[in-house]
Ligand binder design. Structure first.
Ligand SMILES: [Fe+2]
Ligand SMILES: [Fe+2]
Length: 318
């Protein structure tokens, strides 16, 4: 293809996005668009399945049958999100094995938040309330992103995320209306999860390298700092209802901006965790690798069964 032809295809492509048309897997797309989507969508898929680990940790210890059922359903939802997203990413020409390999070798990233430990039951409340809450803020704009399979997957994902957020908040409500010990447990969990949740919305705009291009492709509608402000403004009143205090001495309502001012985020900690030095990075990857290796016999059995079936069908056809 000549350079001129490529330029004309690119122009048509940009115009389609401008008109809010969806780009489908078999459509022509610039290589950079394909690569960026593979990176972002597979990271998203990895985050969903690694995100199952901190909560899976509490399924056997949920304090009642009702809580166990809700937590189990939530963790299963996250597996489903991972599967939609891996399938959607495969339509761009990368295999599932390759994506797993990138995760297992540390080449691919996933959300930094899942590298923190879940030490008490209140962490289940806080994770649902804050982490799924921040995920909704990140993901709702993706329902109208330009790549069709991603946008469609996100519609269902977001509906489920709002159930996750509410089940977490309900746990917090219950703890905060409980004994002083239960309320302390809730406050302690908020103290540990607040700052990592703010970091989850990504580096500040000044350090976010992909923002401009992603805005053009509608992979992003608001900058990281705008999303973070939205999250804070939405979450502080929820903490007030719980009677909990946000662990930030600089947090203050700004009448003029009609928004909360907040304290400095420890970006060193964020980059340390992203680079693999968070409290749980090694354990998370180890758990994923063990699951993959331990599941090998299941994959082999499924393949053997499929090929036997195929042979049988071929014999019958003869
Ligand atoms: Fe999810
Ligand atoms: Fe979720």
């Amino acid at each position: 293809m000549s350079e001129e032809q490529v330029r004309s295809l690119e122009k048509q492509f940009d115009e389609r996005i401008e008109r809010d048309e969806k780009i489908e897997p078999k459509d022509w797309m610039p290589e950079k668009y394909r690569k960026t989507h593979i990176r972002q969508m597979s990271q998203h898929a990895h985050s969903e399945i690694v995100g199952m680990l901190p909560e899976g940790n509490w399924i056997t210890r949920a304090p009642s049958l009702r809580r166990k059922v809700a937590l189990l359903a939530k963790v299963q939802d996250e597996a489903g999100h991972g599967l939609y997203l891996y399938s959607a990413t495969e339509t761009l020409g990368i295999s599932r094995e390759e994506m797993y390999e990138q995760l297992h070798t540390g080449k691919a990233k996933y959300s930094s938040i899942f590298n923190y430990p879940t030490v008490t039951w209140a962490d289940m409340g806080t994770v649902g309330w804050l982490v799924d809450g921040a995920a909704i803020i990140n993901q709702v704009p993706l329902c109208s992103t330009s790549f069709g399979p991603y946008a469609r997957a996100m519609v269902r994902v977001c509906k489920e995320e709002s159930f996750h957020q509410r089940q977490g908040y309900e746990i917090m409500l219950k703890l905060c209306k409980g004994t002083p010990e239960q309320k302390d447990m809730a406050q302690d969990a908020l103290n540990r999860w607040w700052w990592p949740s703010l970091m989850m919305l990504g580096p500040t705009d000044a350090e976010s390298v992909h923002t401009e291009q992603s805005m053009k492709w509608k992979l992003k509608r608001k900058s990281n700092d705008e999303l973070r402000q939205q999250f804070i403004d939405q979450t502080v009143p929820q903490a007030d209802i719980l009677g909990l205090s946000i662990p930030d001495k600089d947090l203050k309502w700004n009448e003029e901006r009609q928004s909360y001012d907040f304290g400095e985020i420890n970006w060193d900690e964020f980059w340390q965790v992203v680079k693999g030095h968070g409290p749980m990075n090694k354990e998370r990857i180890k758990a994923r690798v063990n699951a993959w290796e331990g599941g090998e016999w299941v994959r082999d059995a499924a393949m053997a069964y499929a090929s036997k079936n195929q042979e049988r069908k071929e014999k019958q056809a003869v």
